[in-house]
Structure formats: structure tokens, C-alpha cells
Design a binder for this molecule. Sequence first.
Ligand code: NAD
Length: 498
Amino acid sequence: MHDAVPHWIGGGEHRGSGDRRGKVFNPATGEVLRTVGFADATDVDAAVAAARNALPGWRATPPLRRSRILQNYLTLLRRNERELAAVASQEHGKTFDDALGSVRRGIEVLEFACGIPHLLKGEHAADVGTGVNAYSLRQPVGVCVGITPFNFPVMVPMWMFPMAIACGNSFVLKPSEKVPSCSVMLARLFAEAGLPDGVLNVVQGDKAAVDALLADPDVAAVSFVGSTPIARGIYETCARNGKRVQALGGAKNHAVVMPDADLDFTTEALIGAAFGSAGERCMAISVAVAVGDVADRLVERLADRARALKTGPGNEPGVDMGPLVTGEHRDRVRGYVDAGEREGAALVVDGRDIEVAGAGNGFYLGPTLFDHVEPSMTIHREEIFGPVLSVVRVPTLEAAIALINASPFANGTAIFTGSGAAAQLFEETVEVGMVGINVPIPVPMAFFSFGGWKNSLFGDLHVHGTESVKFYTRTKAVTSRWRFGKAAASTLVMPTLG
Ligand code: NAD
């Protein structure tokens, strides 16, 4: 029997008392790599208790000292980035180079978090009244929880716990059961960097672990990233249970291609954005909106490039695109390709019959391109989360913007154009949280905040950047007087200071 991936509780590996286990696949071959033990309520209790017990010491640690531990962690993560990327690639299926890029994007959030002494500074106003000053303090919220999806085993957890911990909170991470190993590696390295026991904990598991975390009265705040139905449910449950919550959901990202776009550049950008990580990115471009007469030229170029991509195991040199995460997910994506064909879209490149030599029963689906997709078709309305790019043809930029604004998803979008006026109209009127101008996947840098609108984010504050400081702290406003002068007669009238 394979060794089960453990939990990490109170500064060490924890086998857990739950007897349920999940299988962790190697998507490149279809084999079971290892298993993962699913937490039961007792394991979740242990993790939350460890986080609660670590909280008083950690929140009282000066931010500069916290930052020094984060800086040690930064050094260790940089030294171990290739090991992390290798495991992310092995369990997820994405290519090693792609995994390495995403590990580095995660590390950038830690770089930002190292500036926490500055980020936590409050506001101050002298003499709001005679001899009276006012200022605000940012204090940690308490035990925070992160629940993360399968598609970025390192980066998405790192959107959350470095900032939460830098702000003085303790943390319980519940990673995706499909890719459980990187989280334990991340926790072990943080402990080596000097993080006190219990400040970061990892519980492996599925819905049962999530339900126990959401019901726990000691949990103050929940960050979630995953699909829209689950995000909505997490948001509602947290609101009912009085917890602060940010719940990022699914996506359907459109890229508008104007007739004046540089087509070679645009084609390369779209191919990377549609098929990188086999389309399993929440910022993947899954719809190209071709404006006016650009469509035929664009589709021809996209088809040539899609056919030339090499699909295979993510750890093999020269491979552009790996498999999908599980056989079940691959079949689901295939089902969307079937639906597109059935509903009358033109299937220009069909990835369903891909054969990857020597790859056993790997979960492969080749790059797939549809043209003449109508907005009402299933493949346009729903998130596919696979290597399927749809081209929708529209007559004008205004029609393209209207199409995007009608979508219930609003994570990312992009425009490819040589016109500043078109770009300006687009950025001003498109109702989407993250916008790229000649940039296909506009994932904001760590010092900006990441998040979509509408069904792509339930809550108010986005992740990382300064919005995460707001999410992981509570503001306290203090009004202070230290010189008393002559005691005023008591009054029952509402006081004014000015
Ligand atoms: P998912 O919603 O199935 O799972 C996400 C997390 O929720 C996992 O940890 C899982 O164990 C847990 N979970 C699953 N079902 C649950 C339930 N019924 N109750 C409680 N918890 C449950 O998502 P996934 O398949 O792992 O990831 C893919 C999805 O994530 C896509 O929809 C993608 O767009 C989205 N995503 C969004 C962003 C973003 O920034 N908006 C980023 C990455 C991924």
C-alpha cells in the first residue's frame, strides 16, 4: 500500500484519525502515485486548536520579527523551487516549466509579505480636537482558513497564507485532495525557516474537512478558491456562521481580437493562454472574440499553431501541454467537445483522438479549436476548464463588450489591438475584474490584488496586494487624550471635539 500524504499540525506531520483515503494520480500515466488521508472532525479540531494556541504568541511578535522569518522562508523556497515544481507537475500533470513559473508567482506574494511592517501602518491625525489625537490600528483577525483548488498546488495556497501569517494570524490550509503533497512541503519549509509550531497547519481532505472548518467557532476568516457553485456555498455558509469570507469562483475569459491587432503576436499569446496548463487555469482564455474581418485570418493561424503543439507527459522535454488532472475531468471536457459538435459549432481542431506514445492510460486530450461558436451554445455558456478554445465572431468592439458583459463570469479578459481608443473604451466599459491590453493572462503582480467580479468572486476583498492586508486584519480606531486641563462639567450632550 502506498504511504498516505499526511496532515501537518502543530509543527509536524500528523497521520490523522480519519480512515477515509483518496487516490493521488500521476495524470501522465493514469497510475496511482500515492494516497492521501482525509481529515475527520477530530483532525480538524486538532488543527484549529493548534492554530488557536499559537495565536497569542504570534500576534504579539513584532511585525519586523515576523518579516525576518518570512525572509528566511523566502531563501528556503527559492532554494527548493524546483522540487516544489516537480511535485506540482507530477500530481497536476502540467509541464515542469509551467509549474516552475507558477511556483515563482507564489513566491512573489511572499516577497510582498516581507514588507509587512510597512503594510500594517495605520492612519494618524494629530489634533482632531484640542489635545486629542486619532489613529487606527490594524490587528489580526485570528485563526484563518484557506481552501484551495487543484490547478495551482503551490501558487494559490501562497496567495493566502503568507499574507495571513505576516498580518499576525495563524492559519489552517485545506488543499485540494487531488494535489496534496506540495502543501506539506510548504509547511515543512516554513517550520525550518523558524515559524513557531501551530502558526501554519495543513489538513488534507474533502468536503467533510471543509464542513468541519466552516462550522468551527474558532475560525474567524475563510479564503476560498475553486469552482463557482462551491464558492457560492462557502460564501453563504460563512456569512451564516459570522465569518469573514472571500470566495473566488470559476471563469470564462474572453479575449477580443480587433482587426488592427498584430496577428502573429496575438496568435502566440492566445495559444499560450488557451492551452497552457491544458487550459486548467482560472485565467485561461477560452473564448476568442474575433471582431469584423479578422476572423478567417485568426482561425487559420490558431489552427496551424494548435495542431503543431506537442501533448505528452509534463516532465518530458519538448512537451508543450500535459494531460488533464484526472480521467473523470478529461471525460467531462470531452463531453463539452461532443456538445459543441452536436450544437453546430465548427470543430476546426479535434483533440479527442490524441495518442501519446508510451503514456499508458494518461488523461490526455489534445488542443481543440471551435469556430462559429454562438453565445447560446453550452461550450460558450459554461466553464470547460480544459484545452478547448472557442472563436465567436462579432461585427464590432461594442458587440464584443456586450457579449463579455452578458457573461455571469467576470474573472479576466483581454483585448488585442493597435488602437489606444479601442483599448480605452474596453478598459472603461468591460465589467470584469482583471483586464489585459495586449496581455493575454493579466494576473496582477503580488503588489496588486487578484480577483474577479460577479460569479467569479463572492465577497468584497481580493487576494494578495493591499486588499489582502485589509482582509486579514481588523481596523481599530483610537481617539486619545493625555492632557486633561480643567475638568469640564459633565454633559449629556453629544460631544464635538472641533
Ligand atoms: P472545486 O470547487 O471542485 O474544489 C475547490 C476546493 O473545494 C477543494 O479544496 C475541494 O476539496 C473543496 N470542495 C470540493 N467540493 C466541495 C464541497 N461540496 N463542499 C466543500 N468543499 C468542497 O475546484 P477544483 O476543481 O479543485 O478547481 C477548479 C476550479 O477552480 C475552476 O472552476 C477554476 O476556475 C477555479 N479557480 C478559480 C480561481 C480564481 O482565482 N477565481 C483560481 C483557480 C481556480
